[in-house]
Write a protein that binds this ligand. Structure first.
Ligand code: PBG
Length: 307
């Protein structure tokens, strides 16, 4: 009766990893209990989750090396397995809310979120054009939300305009507003095989030392037409979640990232802590800090535990 915060399955988005081979299912070594799935297996997984009360999914493609190039061409090839699978998923489960990332890294031979020049610099404006094509191809599949995770400047406004000009006015933008250059993404990059081939992401992702910069990013995103503001990672940035919540009226999302999940699993496997208790505490703390929505690998497990 006196609990100030309640987490429900309705608040959660489950990230999923899509493989090209339709019926495969391969566990991610650094993320126990989380699988890369082919489209057939993913349809089953989504059906199960919907029954448990999880209705939102963020689907990432696992792209084989031979499909990757400098300009992420496959990201807007309408025949590519990821785009055809998204279409099928939306057809079979129109009631599911499907979100997809907009960033070049899964398709880029450089492993960066943007376009890389000969000397290793990221080309902000050249990247926007590619991200625009990607967003339109994604919107064409019928998905509901795009999540620009690339952190290029001006991309929310650019993508909003591209979507609107092409009659995709109903596709929402969940902006990765304050996405930090974090060590907590390690297991995700294992899952996608998407680590940068050289350099790091510090020239476009945020400095973990900064809080006020998140307000600048949030103001820009609101002005450019974002529908949600996201903070990522979540646990080391609870202050940033609170800051955005206190200063903006848009829904605030937080991404409880791969490394945050893996740390708990690893300690639980050693018997050093109780996974279920810690899962509940982690999700509660993110919501208490001000997140309305949590992207989390715990989503299914949480939903099961509340039955
Ligand atoms: C790619 C992207 C990343 C994550 C989501 N989208 C990794 C990165 O920026 O290197 C991380 C998610 C996680 O760690 O769970 N733009």
């Amino acid at each position: 009766m006196v609990s100030e915060t309640v987490v429900s399955a309705n608040d959660l988005i489950l990230p999923l990893f899509l493989l090209e081979k339709p019926s495969s299912a391969i566990e991610i070594a650094s993320m126990p209990g989380i699988y890369r799935l082919g489209v057939e297996s993913m349809l089953n997984e989504i059906e199960e989750c919907l029954k448990l009360g999880i209705s939102s999914f963020d689907i990432f493609p696992v792209v084989e090396e031979h499909h990757k190039d400098k300009t992420a061409t496959k990201s807007y090839d309408l025949n590519f397995f990821y785009l055809t699978a998204l279409k099928r998923i939306k057809q079979e489960f129109p009631e599911a809310c499907i979100m997809t990332d907009v960033a070049m890294d899964p398709y880029s031979s450089d492993g960066h979120d943007g376009l890389v020049d000969e000397i290793g610099n990221i080309l902000n404006d050249g990247s926007l054009e590619i991200l625009g094509k990607m967003a339109l191809a994604l919107a064409d599949t019928g998905i509901d939300i795009i999540g620009p995770s690339d952190m290029m400047d001006g991309r929310v406004g650019y993508l909003r305009e591209e979507l609107d000009l092409n009659n995709f006015t109903d596709v929402s933008i969940m902006s990765y507003t304050a996405k930090y250059a974090s060590g907590f993404y390690g297991p995700f990059r294992d899952a996608l095989d998407s680590a940068p081939k050289s350099g790091d992401k510090k020239t476009y992702q945020m400095d973990p030392a900064n809080q006020r910069e998140a307000l600048i990013e949030a103001d820009l995103d609101v002005e450019e037409g974002a529908d949600f503001l996201m903070v990522k990672p979540a646990l080391s940035y609870l202050d940033v979640i609170k800051l955005l919540k206190d200063n903006h009226d848009l829904p605030i999302a937080a991404y409880n990232v791969s490394g945050e999940y893996s740390m708990v699993c690893a300690a639980a496997e050693k018997g050093w802590l109780d996974k279920k208790q810690v899962m509940n505490e982690v999700l509660l703390s993110i919501k208490r800090a001000g997140a309305d929505i949590i992207l989390t690998y715990y989503a299914k497990e949480f939903a099961k535990s509340t039955l």
